[in-house]
Design a protein around this ligand. Structure first.
Ligand code: NAD
Length: 472
């Protein structure tokens, strides 16, 4: 059993003022694996005060000093890669390949921030003005459970690169990962108060950070509903806000695509991170003339996807993070059936041979209309919808007929055509015949998928205010 009793404030581990104990679960077994003592609003205020004190000095540091700190953080997190991998599997249930990627990603983001920082111009001449990019202030960083370590490190790396200090509110469901990351970052020897980590309830600690006049910027990754509340709550203090929210990403398979490649890729895009991915390609748009061919291939592909024990390397899809999330996904599968979509593979309940664990049967619906609930709402589980279209115009119209706009996928043989279609889809990223990530490119959403961008140059600018000095 894990017992987590400390938060991290002003350069030291501290017993929180908060008293509440929150249970941690192994989603593959449904067993309680530990408890975490949660911070409260008083703890959040202490963390904010420490970050504010540290900002006075840290905001004046030079680039070389910040690069050295980022490098030490990279090395320290990398040294805990194996521990992080174990924690990600135990408390989140990520399958082996995904867990390995996530554990490594937590260190990689520091190296990426160093590259960005080296190439960044903090001072520019614009007309008769000197324009200086100045750190915005103390940043409040709020993360979700579906990639907690990666988001803590990615947001903190950008804040530090800019010269900001930070108060981090990780997901309360990911306390094992948070403890390992905190220990590693402590080893890296940042000046006291530069980063503070206060695990607590969103509506307590998160809300305190969002309301605080001493926090200049929020970077939040999580649900669209909470993101909208953060925009409202931060209006009083006019915070700079970056939001990375939900998605309902289209995978547009064009009629010249090589289906032997496109169909497995589209299914993999949908089941990424066990379907618990904001960027999951959950609406697969299929040319009606090739629907039968798609259905045969897709059914076989989905039926071969293994949903099971995350410790088994042959597992593709792990459990849902919580009982609540499992129920929610089951509800959407029922809703799809009730609304008249046709089940091609999967369905309600657990996969055969599993009586425990929050496992879902990898599910693909066909005959889905884009106005059905399963095509409109983010399910956050391995449940995909195939939607037929008649021509390219209709495919683009369906792809854009969503309140989201985080990511899209295009599968085609003719690259010029793929580029044309990609140029007309309203999404922060469009991936053509690939699932690759590019950390140097901006990441974020159009429409209700968010505000602003993370990663690379755009991500760094989000922690800076331009100041023009004239007359010199
Ligand atoms: P969530 O919105 O429930 O919680 C996210 C974080 O916000 C948690 O730390 C939570 O404690 C905190 N929070 C909750 N209420 C708050 C409040 N009132 N004030 C401040 N903070 C508050 O999301 P989740 O269930 O943890 O994560 C899943 C969601 O995250 C999905 O919708 C998914 O699409 C989204 N997500 C988006 C991206 C992206 O980059 N766009 C990446 C991963 C996940």
């Amino acid at each position: 059993m894990h017992t987590i009793e400390h938060i991290y404030v002003d350069g030291a581990f501290a017993v929180p003022h908060g008293q509440e104990r929150f249970e941690l679960f192994n989603p593959a077994t449904e067993d309680v694996i530990g408890t975490v003592r949660l911070a409260d609003a008083e703890d959040a205020r202490r963390a904010i005060a420490a970050a504010k004190r540290a900002f006075a000095t840290f905001s004046k540091t030079g680039i070389d000093e910040r690069i050295a700190l980022l490098q030490r953080m990279h090395d320290a997190v990398l040294a805990r890669e194996a521990d992080l991998f174990d924690a990600i599997r135990e408390e989140y249930g990520a399958p082996v390949s995904r867990g390995r990627w996530m554990a490594r990603h937590a260190a990689d983001v520091f190296a990426e921030a160093i590259d960005t920082l080296r190439a960044f111009d903090f001072e520019r001449r614009m007309g008769s003005a000197d324009v200086v990019m100045q750190p915005v202030g103390v940043a409040g960083l709020i993360t979700p459970w579906n990639s907690n370590a990666g988001f803590i490190c990615g947001k903190l790396a950008a804040a530090i690169a800019a010269g900001c200090t930070a108060v981090i509110k990780p997901s309360e469901m990911s306390a094992l990962q948070t403890r390992i990351v905190t220990e590693a970052l402590h080893e890296a020897g940042a000046p006291a108060g530069v980063f503070n980590i206060v695990t607590g309830r969103g509506y307590v600690v998160g809300a305190e950070i969002v309301a605080s006049p001493d926090i200049a910027k929020i970077s939040f990754t999580g649900s669209t509903a909470v993101g909208k509340g953060i925009v409202r709550a931060s209006a009083d203090t006019l915070k700079r806000v970056t939001l990375e929210l939900g998605g309902k990403s289209p995978s547009v398979i064009l009629d010249d695509a090589d289906f032997s490649k496109a169909v497995p890729l589209a299914i993999a895009a949908g089941f990424m991170n066990s379907g618990q991915a904001c960027i999951a390609g959950t609406r697969i748009l299929v040319p009606r003339a090739r629907l039968g061919e798609f259905e045969a291939l897709a059914k076989a592909t989905v039926e071969a996807v293994v949903s099971g024990d995350p410790a088994d390397p042959s597992t593709d899809v792990g459990p849902m993070v919580s009982a609540k999330q499992w129920e929610r996904v089951q509800g959407y599968i029922r809703k799809g059936i009730d609304e008249g979509a046709r089940l091609l593979a999967g369905g309600e309940g657990r996969p055969d041979g599993h009586a425990r664990g929050w496992l879902v049967r990898p599910t693909l619906f066909t005959d889905v209309r884009n106005d059905m609930t399963i095509a409109r709402e983010e399910i956050f589980g391995p449940v995909l919808s195939a939607i037929a279209y008649d021509d390219e115009e209709e495919a683009i119209a369906i792809a854009n007929d969503t309140s989201y706009g985080l990511q899209a996928y295009v599968h085609a043989t003719d690259e010029a055509r793929a580029r044309r279609v990609a140029s007309r889809i309203d999404a922060g990223r469009v991936l053509v015949n690939t699932l690759a990530h590019e950390p140097k490119a901006p990441f974020g959403g159009f429409k209700q998928s968010g505000l602003g961008r993370e990663h690379g140059r755009f991500g760094l600018e989000a922690y800076l205010e331009p100041k023009a000095v004239l007359g010199l």
